[in-house]
Design a protein. Structure first.
Length: 341
C-alpha cells in the first residue's frame, strides 16, 4: 500500500509539472517555411519552392481578400512561386538559353516546374515573357514525349514477340490491358495502340499552349495550371469560365501541376475522335520515314477551337514567327546540373 501511494504521488507530481510547462511555454503549431535549395532527383532537377520564392500581390482583376478570413490565403501557393526575373536568372545560371536551343546548339535541362510565375503578365518585355514561357514548358513536353516513346518501344517488343508466337507473361498482359483502357482501344490490339501512343511535336504543343493560355497569363493557368484550355463537364475542382454562354455547362479542367496538364493534353490528342486525322497523318509520316512536323499536324486541329481554320492559321503563325519548328528535334539533356549558390 505504501509503495502504491508513493507511485501515485509521483505520477501526480509529474502531471502537474507537465501542465505547468505547457501553460508557460505553449507549443508553436505554425508550419515553418522550407529552406531554399536545388536538388538533383533521378537525373532531373527539382526546385524547392522557397528557392525562388517571393510574396506576390493578388493578380489584377481577381477578387480581393474577403473580410473575416484573416490569416487565410485566397491564393494558395502564391508566396512560394518564383518570379519571372528569378526564374530567368535560374535559366541563365543553368546555361539554358532559348535562342541557343533554337539554333540546335543548346541543351534542355531536366528542369520541371510545377507552376508558371504569377507575375508573368506584368513583364512588359514580350521577348522575355515568351522566352520564360517556352523555357518552362519545353522540358515538360519533352519529358511527356520521352514517356510516350518508352511506351512505344515496349509495344514494339511485345508485338514482335506475339508475331513470333511467344506467350506474354502476366505482367506484360496486364500492362497491355491497362494501356488499352487508357487509350480506348480493343484489348490485345497492339497495332491500334501504336497508332495512338506517339509523340506530340514540341512546336505544336508550345504553339497551342501559348494560344490557349495567353502566353501563360490566363486565369485558368494561374488558378488551375490549365495550359491547354481543356473542356470538361465536371465542376468538381475545375474552373467555371466567367463569360460562359448561357445554357452551356462546360468547365476548364484544373491540374495539380503543369506536367499533369501536358500529359492530359497529349492523351487528349492521342485518344479523342476529333483528332483522328492528326493520328492518321502522324502514322503516315512514321511509315514514310518523315519527321513528325508540328506545322503540318496543326492543319488537322480545326475542331480544337470554335474558330476552326482561323485557329489553325494562328497556330501556324506562332510556330513560324517564333521558329518553333526547330524545337521538334530538341531532347532533354542528362548531364548533371550545377546547383545554385
Amino acid at each position: 500500500m505504501i509503495f502504491e501511494r508513493i507511485a501515485l504521488g509521483f505520477l501526480a507530481a509529474l502531471v502537474i509539472i507537465l501542465v505547468t510547462a505547457i501553460i508557460s511555454q505553449p507549443p508553436v503549431w505554425a508550419t515553418s517555411a522550407p529552406k531554399g535549395a536545388l536538388a538533383m532527383t533521378s537525373g532531373s532537377l527539382s526546385i524547392e519552392p522557397a528557392a525562388l520564392s517571393t510574396t506576390l500581390a493578388p493578380p489584377s482583376g481577381d477578387p480581393a481578400r474577403k473580410p473575416g478570413l484573416k490569416g487565410l490565403d485566397p491564393y494558395p501557393g502564391t508566396s512560394t512561386l518564383p518570379t519571372t526575373r528569378k526564374l530567368s536568372d535560374t535559366f541563365t545560371h543553368l546555361d539554358y538559353d532559348l535562342e541557343t536551343v533554337l539554333s540546335g546548339k543548346g541543351r534542355v535541362p531536366r528542369l520541371f516546374l510545377a507552376r508558371l510565375p504569377r507575375d508573368l503578365a506584368d513583364v512588359r518585355d514580350s521577348k522575355v515573357r515568351k522566352a520564360v514561357f517556352f523555357q518552362t514548358l519545353l522540358p515538360l513536353i519533352l519529358q511527356v514525349n520521352e514517356d510516350l516513346l518508352a511506351d512505344r518501344r515496349r509495344l514494339w517488343k511485345l508485338q514482335a514477340r506475339q508475331r513470333l508466337g511467344q506467350r506474354l507473361d502476366a505482367a506484360d498482359r496486364l500492362w497491355l490491358s491497362v494501356m488499352a483502357d487508357r487509350y480506348r482501344v480493343k484489348r490485345g490490339d497492339v497495332s491500334a495502340l501504336l497508332h495512338r501512343v506517339d509523340v506530340i511535336p514540341p512546336s505544336l504543343a508550345l504553339a497551342q499552349g501559348a494560344e490557349e493560355s495567353g502566353w501563360g497569363t490566363s486565369r485558368f493557368v494561374r488558378e488551375g495550371n490549365a495550359v491547354f484550355g481543356q473542356w470538361t463537364f465536371s465542376e468538381d475542382g475545375n474552373l467555371v469560365p466567367r463569360q460562359r454562354d448561357e445554357g452551356k455547362k462546360h468547365t476548364i479542367r484544373a491540374f495539380d501541376s503543369i506536367l499533369d496538364s501536358v500529359r492530359a493534353y497529349a492523351r487528349n490528342l492521342n485518344t479523342h475522335r476529333a483528332y483522328r486525322t492528326l493520328r492518321h497523318l502522324r502514322t503516315t509520316m512514321r511509315r514514310n520515314g518523315e519527321p513528325i512536323d508540328g506545322n503540318v499536324l496543326a492543319g488537322t486541329l480545326t475542331r480544337y477551337s470554335e474558330r476552326g481554320l482561323v485557329y489553325v492559321e494562328t497556330l501556324r503563325t506562332i510556330i513560324r514567327v517564333n521558329g518553333l519548328h526547330r524545337l521538334d528535334d530538341a531532347r532533354l539533356h542528362d548531364s548533371a546540373v550545377k546547383p545554385l549558390i
